[in-house]
Design a protein around this ligand. Structure first.
Ligand code: ATP
Ligand code: MG
Length: 352
């Protein structure tokens, strides 16, 4: 089972939108597609769903090849074993809740008994059992979204595809629905692709995150890997907040900023010359300046302090940057401080 995509290429009017994309998603795994607007997330999803015909590549859903440019295989969308939820929900207003959810079963020619049994179960799963005879026009945004989810799972697909399903909901409902989608996906244990712009959503929801840029895969890994060890500055900024320090790396693999501070990383491999060191705000420790020297100790001055409730967020001015730092400890604006960090929380990246 799962989803296999190989060398996928999709063009619009001669312009390559999906550029040789390949990945494999295991059964039961939830993978977020994360990247800026226009990078090709929706197009990739629509190719998998069969709503677009790619120019090249191969797509398998479970054991079945549903698209193969080389051999000319193209399985129609309704014959692909998938369920899809769109940002717009795409609920039909002239149909009842029941009929909306029944639709995928009807196009597959299921018997009335089968339709009744499966629709009732899908509506119960999303907590809409009591709404079956309602007109779809009498539903809130959150309820419409649940109808869309019930419709996506009613035929027990091998694969679920979500395209920004929560972006029309308000923040509180979004948090709640996100947790429900994750619980449902775990319960059904099926391979799922979840397209989002929202880094918090991707970090909290996913088994793995696939970061896209200009139609290509920039990095594919667990949320922890991508957060701690982004492959480049683009990924570092797409996932979480990043502090960058301009450094020059010497032959021994140590970096130096313009203030002479030595940066040391636990991850070797940076080429000597100009580079950037990246340290996350939650990985910088802030303390009073005790005069001690050594690597990974940056002198600076507190320029801004924001009280965030459980912690403070600081902007500290150092010789070469203005990093953000999170800490529960209070330091007044104007205080000289030292920022320190561990080798494993510092990575060297190429300058763009
Ligand atoms: N039917 C189409 N015809 C021509 N160009 C298209 C078509 N659909 C999408 N595009 C272009 O392809 C590119 C990728 O679009 P896509 O919708 O996949 O982006 P996305 O990553 O989903 O962005 P967003 O986060 O804004 O939804 C965009 O430049 C878009 O303008
Ligand atoms: Mg999109």
């Amino acid at each position: 089972m799962g989803i296999g995509v190989e060398s996928l290429v999709k063009k619009y009017g001669g312009k390559t939108i999906v550029d040789n994309v390949g990945f494999h998603i295991a059964d039961g795994e939830l993978v977020s597609l994360l990247g800026p607007s226009g990078c090709g997330k929706t197009t990739t999803l629509r190719c998998i769903a069969g709503l677009e015909t790619p120019e090249g590549g191969r797509i398998a859903i479970g054991d079945e090849v549903v698209f193969d440019a080389a051999s000319g295989v193209t399985v129609e969308p309704y014959h692909r074993n998938i369920g899809m939820v769109f940002q717009s929900y795409a609920i039909w207003p002239h149909m009842t809740v029941f009929e909306n959810v029944a639709f995928p079963l009807r196009v597959r020619g299921a018997s009335q008994t089968e339709v009744e049994r499966r629709v009732v179960r899908a509506l119960d799963r999303v907590g809409l059992g009591a709404f079956r005879d309602r007109s779809s026009q009498q539903l809130s945004g959150g309820q419409q979204q649940r109808v869309a989810v019930a419709r996506a799972i009613v035929h027990e697909p091998a694969v679920l595809l979500f395209d920004e399903p929560l972006s029309n909901l308000d923040a509180r409902l979004r948090d709640q629905t996100r947790a429900e989608i994750r619980a449902l996906q775990r319960e059904l244990n099926i391979a799922t692709i979840y397209v989002t712009h929202d880094q918090t959503e991707a970090l909290s929801l996913s088994d793995r995150i696939l970061v896209m840029r200009d139609g290509r895969i920039e990095q594919f890994g667990t949320p922890e890997e991508i957060y701690a060890r982004p492959s480049d500055m683009f990924v570092a900024e797409v996932v979480g907040t990043a502090n960058f320090f301009d450094i020059v790396v010497d032959d021994a693999g140590l970096g130096r900023d313009s203030g002479g501070t030595v940066f040391r990383t636990a991850f070797p491999g940076a080429a000597p010359g100009k580079a950037r060191a990246m340290v996350r705000p939650d990985r910088l420790r802030i303390g009073a300046d005790d005069g001690a020297g050594g690597p990974n100790r940056l002198r600076g001055t507190v320029r801004q302090r924001l009280f965030m409730g459980g912690y403070y967020e600081y902007v500290v001015e150092t010789a070469s940057a203005r990093p953000r730092v999170l800490s529960a400890e209070a330091f007044a604006e104007g205080t000289p401080v030292v920022l320190s960090f561990n080798d494993e929380n510092c990575i060297f990246l190429a300058r763009d």
